[in-house]
Design a protein around this ligand. Structure first.
Ligand SMILES: C[S@@+](CC[C@H](N)C(=O)[O-])C[C@H]1O[C@@H](n2cnc3c(N)ncnc32)[C@H](O)[C@@H]1O
Length: 309
């Protein structure tokens, strides 16, 4: 299939004006196996029922209480094991990054001036490296942090790691302390891609406080993560659920599945005055098709742009 040329994210507050131009829309079920992927697919009754049944199964069979604590105790260790096993194979070519987050790449323009970007939960540096590779801006500096020291080693041992323009270090997003090298109120953009979902719900408030403190007034959070009832949630087996919508994968890493309403509550509604203005709160629903095995896979991702007030 051709590379996508437009965003697939539809803003939940502005469905009418979200562009579907350039999207591949499924008009007739008979053609579903004609392509590998479809955008904005409405779920049929069968898929809705499957989702409800799976969620009920999970709720009826959680991780036994006595086994739960280990996953709250040292979550970084499970990620260390993950990166020890996967090393740099986790590195992905994310062609969607530029499409979905053009604001990020504007910091790399030659005339953008002094810009500070922070990739939180950086893993192998899937945002930092493409951004620096494209950068024409001598005044762009990129921080990257992960609470897994193995992930940070993976970044630091990448031949493209450039300590004149970037700094990768260990830091826990839910920590009570900010990283010592980052001045409060100094960052233009914080990128959180598939990291917030790894936090336990009781850590969300601290994490949001931290990112709010580090951003400049008017600074931007670029957010992408798992949406409620994504395929990855529905296919969990028994004894994987820690709390509602919060699971443990086979390798011991944790994952939560959000709704747009929850993101709105967390970033905009939960404090008075609000910490962020929601500029985008969007759902990206995609049906991926395995044409040879005649399988249908319903993906749900959320995407947000939250501006510090
Ligand atoms: C699913 S991976 C995503 C990695 C990367 N952002 C990407 O999109 O490829 C989640 C990452 O978040 C990191 N992580 C999880 N909880 C974290 C926390 N509390 N503080 C910092 N990093 C965390 C994990 O170690 C892991 O590298």
């Amino acid at each position: 299939m051709d590379k996508k040329t437009t965003s697939s994210a539809i803003d939940v507050n502005d469905v009418e004006n979200s562009t579907t131009f350039g999207s591949r829309l499924l008009k007739s079920e008979e053609t579903v196996f004609n392509h590998n992927a479809w955008d904005h697919v409405e779920w049929d009754e069968e898929q809705e029922k499957y989702a409800q049944d799976q969620i009920q199964k999970h709720l009826n069979n959680p991780v036994p209480e006595e086994d739960q604590e280990q996953y709250y105790d040292k979550p970084a260790e499970y990620w260390n094991t993950f990166y020890t096993k996967n090393e740099n194979r986790f590195f992905k070519d994310r062609h969607w990054l530029k499409l979905e987050f053009p604001e990020l790449f504007e910091t790399a323009n030659a005339d953008a001036g002094k810009k500070r970007v922070f990739e939180v939960g950086c893993g192998a540096g899937n945002t930092m490296f493409p951004l620096l590779e494209q950068s024409q801006n001598p005044d762009l500096y990129v921080y990257a942090a992960d609470f897994s020291s193995t992930a940070v080693q993976v970044v630091q041992s990448n031949p493209d790691y450039d300590t004149t323009r970037s700094n990768a270090f260990v830091w826990d997003l839910a920590s009570k302390d900010l990283p010592e090298m980052i001045e409060p109120g100094s960052l233009d953009i914080i990128v959180m891609i598939f990291v917030f979902s790894a936090l336990a719900p009781e850590q969300w408030d601290q994490a949001i406080k931290n990112i709010h403190l580090m951003l400049k007034p008017g600074g931007l959070v670029l957010f992408r993560d798992y949406g409620r009832h994504d395929l990855a949630q529905l296919r969990f087996k028994e004894k994987r659920l820690l709390k509602e919508n919060f699971y443990i994968r086979g390798d011991g890493t944790r994952v939560y599945f959000f709704t747009p309403q929850e993101l709105d509550n967390l970033f905009a509604q939960s404090s008075q005055p609000p910490l962020f203005k929601i500029e985008q709160n969007a759902v990206d629903r995609r049906l991926l098709v395995n044409r040879s095995r005649k399988l249908k896979m319903y993906r749900v991702w959320l995407q947000g742009k939250f501006r510090k007030l």
